[in-house]
Design a protein around this ligand. Structure first.
Ligand code: NAD
Length: 321
């Protein structure tokens, strides 16, 4: 069995490799070659932790396994380690033998950033110039960095409930040599591409604050009850997702579906656009919305890619198991 520890991931994994792995597995999901297993998520009654598993099997990429982990709210204060903790386990689909154990913390951030980035590649207008960010936390920096590689952007605008976090966005914009402007939510109408990545439980952005032709990736809503945008925006937009079952239950679409504004059948898989079985954006005036809920197969895909890189570079630790 191979081990790739968390400390090695930053030097091994690239945004390009994460993008390629996520794009490929989204396509495999849409063509029926890959599927996710039901998600398990439990409050374990110890350290206020939420623990669970996300797994799946990709018959095309021969990737089988799961990500185990969750959220330990006291880690940072009590132990000086990050609150989100996860590990990916890969198995040989031919034999069931354990194949690899991979640190999953940085990989989770990279695969989430890759998902909105893949949606921008396939759904945003080619002439997009202004990118708008709603949210400025840990994950927002990853999302913005990956998104900036997808179009020839000339400005970053941003809004956050806690304005003291906005320098996070300014820092990433500066890395890319772009100006950053803090705006009110009405100012988001200037954006051609938008990403929302917050922990909000109420709609932040109203449908009227999104201009025609915009592509928006809603990335923060990954649990029942969370919400970032007005459900009317989903009624107005063409809605895509990583996985429809998650979109309607734990994703941004849960609210619009519950209110009868859209139906499950109105939501398309982003993988179908990648495969060419859905035409994607239909016009320059259409609003496209990607509901990125985060699936186990994304984790397995990036973990598999990092194991290959670690073997190539002689960094993977081999243990007899
Ligand atoms: P973080 O704690 O670093 O940042 C949280 C962000 O949400 C900040 O911008 C904060 O100002 C904002 N926020 C907090 N409460 C808010 C509220 N009530 N209304 C509006 N904004 C609020 O967290 P993070 O690591 O950046 O993660 C952000 C979100 O992304 C989380 O909800 C997380 O569960 C989600 N996430 C989704 C995926 C996925 O695959 N879809 C993957 C990873 C994380």
């Amino acid at each position: 069995m191979l081990i790739v520890p968390e400390r090695e991931i930053a030097d091994l994994m690239t945004r390009e490799a994460a993008f390629a792995a996520v794009e490929k597995v989204f396509a495999a999901m849409a063509s029926g070659d890959a599927y996710n297993f039901p998600v398990v998520r439990e409050a374990i009654g110890h350290e206020d932790a939420l623990y669970g598993f996300k797994g799946g099997f990709d018959r095309a990429g021969l990737t089988l396994g799961l990500k185990a982990g969750g959220y330990w709210p006291n880690n940072l204060d009590k132990r000086g380690i990050i609150n989100h903790q996860s590990t990916v386990f890969l198995f040989d689909p031919d034999t069931g033998k354990a194949k690899a154990m991979v640190g999953g913390n940085l990989l989770t951030a990279l695969r989430t950033a890759a998902a909105s980035s893949v949606s921008i590649r396939h759904l945003a207008r080619k002439d997009a110039k202004v990118i708008g960010m709603i949210g400025a936390g840990h994950q927002a920096k990853f999302q913005l960095r990956a998104a900036l590689e997808q179009r020839d952007f000339d400005k970053v605008i941003g809004w956050n409930l806690h304005p003291d976090m906005l320098p996070n966005l300014e820092e990433v914009a500066a890395e890319a040599g772009l100006p950053f402007e803090a705006v009110e939510l009405d100012g988001m109408q200037e954006a051609d591409v938008m990403i929302s990545i917050t922990s909000s439980f109420d709609a932040i952005l109203s449908a009227g604050q999104v201009a025609p032709g915009t592509h928006i990736a809603c990335m923060g809503t990954d649990t029942k009850g969370k919400q970032e945008v007005d459900p009317q925006l989903l009624a107005k937009a063409t809605v895509f997702t990583d996985e429809v079952a998650q979109s309607v239950s734990i994703g941004e679409a849960q609210h619009a579906v519950a209110q009868g504004l859209i139906a499950e059948g109105d939501i398309a898989q982003l993988g179908a656009v990648i495969n060419g079985s859905h035409k994607g954006r239909a016009s320059d005036e259409e609003i496209t919305l990607f509901d990125g809920t985060g699936v186990g197969l994304q984790d397995l895909a990036v973990a598999n890619a990092v194991v290959e890189l670690a073997v190539e570079k002689g960094i993977a630790i081999e243990v007899d198991f």
